[in-house]
Design a protein around this ligand. Structure first.
Ligand SMILES: *Cc1c(COP(=O)(O)O)cnc(C)c1O
Length: 231
């Protein structure tokens, strides 16, 4: 099923891009692999996802030695505890979920220690939800001006998980807001900041996200099927 699912998603991605005059080639498909085993992930990689996104450190450490992501970049997309930073920095190509200053500081410290520069996205809590972490838009605008103080981090863009929508197209206002922030920052020049990635859109709303300017969608259910939370 994974092969057919990815083909269907690619088709819908292309249609969504062309419908708003965008080049389909500029939008990447990230497989959100949580709770799917290394065999399923390998199948997704073999069938042309652009990268994989893992939510939990434990799953990353389990699947990576099994070659689950081999041939494609792997990203970290889940909430990251500061005490687990050393297991993630240098092990993933991109940390999408940098959602608070202490985490950024911990990544900077660990990347310096390992002598590398870690690519990251800044996560915005665009729905201003209490249950979610993430910077406010204002905090991100301020932070990008100060990224020179984090020479071992490289901001490649923004990420958001908007509120669960109850109606079709319900998240467009959040996606549009994210795009505006993305463009505002992209138009300026800041040290250690290159705005190339706007990561937003999931199984239920990726076509809307693409219409609003997303450059990377993170899709789990539509690729792998429903996750089994009972095991
Ligand atoms: C699980 C997850 C996704 C994908 O969600 P689906 O609705 O299954 O497509 C995307 N982003 C993050 C951060 C996730 O945790």
């Amino acid at each position: 099923m994974i092969r057919e699912n990815i083909a269907a998603i690619r088709q819908k991605m292309t249609e969504a891009a062309l419908a708003c005059g965008r080049d389909p080639g500029e939008i990447l498909l990230c497989a959100a692999t949580k709770m799917n085993d290394s065999e399923a992930v390998k199948e997704a990689v073999a069938n042309g996802v652009d990268c994989c996104g893992e939510n939990r450190v434990q799953e990353l450490l389990q699947k990576q030695p099994l070659g689950a992501y081999e041939g494609k970049p792997v990203h970290f997309i889940g909430h990251l505890q500061t005490n687990k930073v050393k297991q993630v920095v240098g092990r993933v190509d991109l940390i999408q979920s940098v959602d608070r200053l202490p985490l950024l500081e911990a990544i900077e410290k660990e990347a310096a220690k390992q002598g590398l520069r870690q690519d990251i996205l800044l996560e915005i809590n665009i729905g201003d939800e209490e249950s979610k972490s993430g910077f406010t838009p204002g905090a991100v605008m301020e932070l990008v001006q100060n990224m020179g103080a984090f020479p071992h981090c490289h901001v490649l863009g923004l990420m958001a998980i908007p509120p669960i929508s109850t109606e079709p197209g319900g998240n467009r206002k959040y996606f549009t807001e994210m795009y505006q922030i993305f463009v505002d920052i992209r138009e300026k020049t800041y040290d250690n900041v290159d705005m190339v990635c706007l990561s937003m859109g999931m199984s239920d709303d990726y076509a809307d996200a693409i219409a609003c300017g997303s450059t990377m969608i993170r899709v789990g259910t539509a690729i792998f099927g429903a996750r089994n939370y009972s095991v």
